[in-house]
Design a binder for this molecule. Structure first.
Ligand SMILES: [Zn+2]
Length: 252
């Protein structure tokens, strides 16, 4: 893979995010994309690790590796379960962002992944926020999923709202049958993502399908908490995320 090809891949992700925001206008999304295009420094793996292919231009730089299938062979450290299990990832301490190019995604989902990880990077490098410990991570993820829920709702419009409400009803039906009282087991019912292909396009990989399910699970849970729970809603959504983190250990 030549350096030019890596920059071409990068351009595709950026245009995917641009097109997404043109259909789902969002001020925070625009700010994140602006941050992303200004500060990303494209990198490639070498025999010794990862090398950047361009100079850093700003104090808020971060290293962006579009992770190809070949890269995983070249740099064994990247094949660790940590990297292998995620579609996308930003690590605050190393300023390294990975967007997994070894899997196929629809353009719309590329945008969702870029803006999600971009938000984490912006929070760290602009707002100087370094989450320490699972609760701080969960708070940050809660806020980022809240942002993502808003974006996907704007993008998906009425058909997405129909899917969301269908899954909320399904969840509430199951939980009332079990004589539900507020507690963590409430969240252990998987969603059915039927209909999501109509919004994003047919999922071209199992990784995208899984990522959509996690997204929808989170959106269903957050909405039910906001509608039916009492007290500090944000905090309870954070606890909900923590529960996922402990029980699923999958990329959120
Ligand atoms: Zn995240």
């Amino acid at each position: 893979m030549s350096d030019e090809q890596r920059f071409a891949i990068h351009d595709k992700w950026i245009s995917a995010a641009r097109n997404f925001l043109a259909r789902a206008p969002d001020d925070e999304g625009v700010r994140i994309l602006e941050f992303f295009t200004t500060n990303a420094v494209i990198a490639a793996p070498t025999s010794e690790g990862i090398a950047t292919l361009e100079r850093t231009r700003t104090p808020q730089w971060f290293v962006l590796l579009h992770l190809l299938a070949d890269d995983l062979e070249k740099v064994p450290a990247l094949s660790s379960s940590l990297y292998a299990g995620s579609a996308a990832q930003f690590t605050p301490t190393t300023r390294l962002m990975l967007l997994k190019e070894s899997e196929k995604y629809t353009d719309a989902y590329k945008a969702v992944l870029l803006l999600h990880e971009g938000r984490h990077a912006l929070r760290t490098l602009v707002d100087n926020f370094y989450p320490d410990g699972p609760l701080a991570v969960a708070r940050e993820e809660r806020d980022t999923h809240d942002f993502q829920n808003r974006l996907v709702t704007k993008y998906g419009g009425a058909p997405y709202k129909t899917i969301l409400e269908r899954e909320i009803r399904r969840r509430l039906k199951k939980t009332s049958r079990l004589n539900y009282r507020p507690g963590h087991d409430f969240f252990s019912y998987p969603v059915e993502e039927g209909g999501m292909d109509g919004i994003f396009g047919v999922a071209p990989s199992e990784v995208e399908r899984q990522a959509r399910c996690v997204h929808l699970e989170m959106h269903v849970s957050f909405t039910i908490i906001a509608r039916y729970f009492k007290g500090n809603i944000t905090e309870q959504q954070t606890r909900c995320y923590l529960w996922y983190l402990e029980h699923h250990q999958k990329n959120l």
